[in-house]
Design a protein around this ligand. Structure first.
Ligand code: NDP
Length: 476
């Protein structure tokens, strides 16, 4: 009997996806470059479902029902191209190749175009949720053609996380749309983690609370509107004690945040598209700064404020303010990310429905949160919403939070606690609100030194002032 779906690349992610397919009653063909991983999977988990292991790519392809559906789950980059090159000559028209790795969406566009020439469907698919998600139900973001999704969708939806009876998987849009959305998801994840880390830092170094106490605060927050996987795990990490030293775990870990690069891709792409994702950018920079050891070493003795702690009554009030500031900043970070999805969609003609992205992130992925229901509802109410900030629910939440948010940012500045995420979110909010921005002055400067011209508020046309001459105005 032929297999329904095949998985090639059986490291942690591929192995768990294959098991997830099998647990849902699908017959799964298995392949890995080195056969040891295939035999290990069979030995350990072969009893879990219907697996069809193969030693060679040719056997693997032959074991699949047509049109073949093959998931590649190998290291992103060259290994993915190597596997595609090996697969393509063995496939037939109409077969579907899925790349579930963390590919750059431009690589996905290139691969999709190349496989289309061979009459094959290439479905770049974002998969979030890590090792556990792959097994228990990830959030799945497939791109590619609608035709490919008709064949593949039911299988992917069956293994995805389910929230309120709906799968966390939908057809995102053509070619690289799925990987693009996964990239922005990761960027938002960076921003969300940074904001939570700043909230912790404020409670620790502003309010003078200990990690275990802060863990309790986060647990309380997790029961309300901030309810999310990231808040939940933050409480776990903060509540953990290092066995070797008896100290809070967070105090024995080196304070240098690492990154694999998807946050950087998000910011690079946002710069290309001209979308201000300042929350994601600050989060990426904050990680880079934390890792700049020499720089930090050199700057350690720079003067800071004399006032460094809040008194205890102020500290209690402050904790409430920090919750408000965190919620408001988080709304801004997500609003920016969703604008990037809309901009990418417009640039590449993907027609991505932003509300559907919020819906498939409600479960399985790292940024899963109660709050995504609100984002889905906002886009359901108005699919053309220019920014989430103006949706009725979010506008009200921001309005209620803004005083506390301002107090937190100014207190942080006074106490010398760095809050790049909170501060940039507030600046974005105030910039969007502003009736007039100092951009008018920047246009004047540009015209002064480079004759770059400007537009007037009262007349159409493009103008230049003769700054070095009699300062009369010319129409260009
Ligand atoms: P790795 O990224 O560690 O990749 C290991 C797999 O790639 C092995 O099966 C290996 O085969 C195969 N491989 C490497 N080079 C080649 C090559 N040249 N030709 C053929 N096969 C090759 O595995 P993960 O399971 O961690 O991740 C798989 C993909 O999923 C990656 O793209 C990753 O970015 C993405 N991803 C990972 C997540 C995670 O939490 N780990 C979450 C979401 C996505 P061999 O055994 O023969 O060495």
């Amino acid at each position: 009997q032929s297999a329904d779906i095949g998985v090639t690349g059986l490291a942690v992610m591929g192995r768990n996806l294959a098991r997830n397919f099998a647990r849902h009653g699908h017959r799964v063909a298995l392949h890995n470059r080195s056969t040891a991983r295939t035999s290990a999977l069979m030995a350990e988990f072969g009893h879990e479902g219907a697996f069809v292991p193969s030693e060679t790519m040719a056997q693997f392809v032959a074991s699949l029902a047509r049109p073949r559906r093959i998931v590649i789950m190998v290291k992103a980059g060259e290994p993915t191209d190597a596997v595609i090159d090996e697969l393509v000559p063995l496939l037939e028209e109409g077969d579907i190749v899925v790349d579930g790795g963390n590919a750059h969406f431009l690589d996905t566009r290139r691969r999709e175009a190349a496989l289309r020439e061979h009459g094959l469907h290439f479905v770049g698919t974002g998969i979030s949720g890590g090792e556990e998600g792959a097994l228990e139900g990830p959030s799945i973001m497939p791109g590619g053609t609608a035709q490919a999704y008709r064949s593949l969708g039911p299988l992917l939806e069956s293994i995805a996380a389910q929230v309120d009876g709906r799968p966390c998987c939908t057809h995102v849009g053509p070619d690289g749309a799925g990987h693009f959305v996964k990239m922005v998801h990761n960027g938002i994840e960076y921003a969300d983690m940074q904001l939570i880390a700043e909230a912790y830092d404020l409670l620790r170094h502003g309010a003078g609370r200990q990690p275990a106490e802060i863990a309790r605060t986060f647990r309380t927050w997790n029961e309300d509107r901030l309810n999310s996987y990231l808040i939940e795990i933050t409480a776990e990490v903060l509540g953990h004690t290092d066995a070797a030293t008896g100290r809070p775990f967070v105090d024995i870990v080196q304070d240098r945040a690492e990154q694999k690069g998807t946050g950087r891709w998000t910011v690079q792409t946002a710069l290309e598209l001209g979308v201000p994702v300042s929350g994601i950018a600050e989060a990426v920079f904050a990680r880079s700064l934390s890792g700049s050891v020499t720089l930090r070493e050199a700057a350690r003795e720079l003067p800071g404020p004399t006032e460094t702690w809040l008194d205890s009554a102020a500290a209690d009030r402050f904790a409430g303010d920090v919750e408000q500031a965190l919620y408001a900043s988080k709304i801004v970070a997500y609003a920016q990310g969703f604008n990037q999805i809309q901009a990418g969609s417009a640039e590449y003609g993907w027609q991505i429905a932003p509300g559907a992205m919020a819906s498939i992130w409600r479960g399985g992925c790292i940024i899963r949160a109660k709050f995504l229901d609100r984002i889905e509802a906002a886009y359901q109410a108005d699919a053309q919403l220019p920014t989430l900030l103006t949706d009725e629910y979010f506008r009200k939440a921001l309005g209620e939070a803004q005083s506390a948010w301002r107090r937190v940012v100014s207190t942080a500045a006074q106490l010398g606690v760095p809050v790049p995420g909170f501060a940039t979110a507030l600046a974005y909010y105030d910039s969007l609100r502003a009736g007039r921005l100092p951009a008018a002055l920047i246009q004047g400067q540009r015209d002064f030194f480079g004759a770059h011209t400007y537009r007037r508020i009262d007349r159409d046309g493009v103008f230049h002032t003769l700054w070095a001459g009699d300062r009369s105005e010319q129409e260009r």
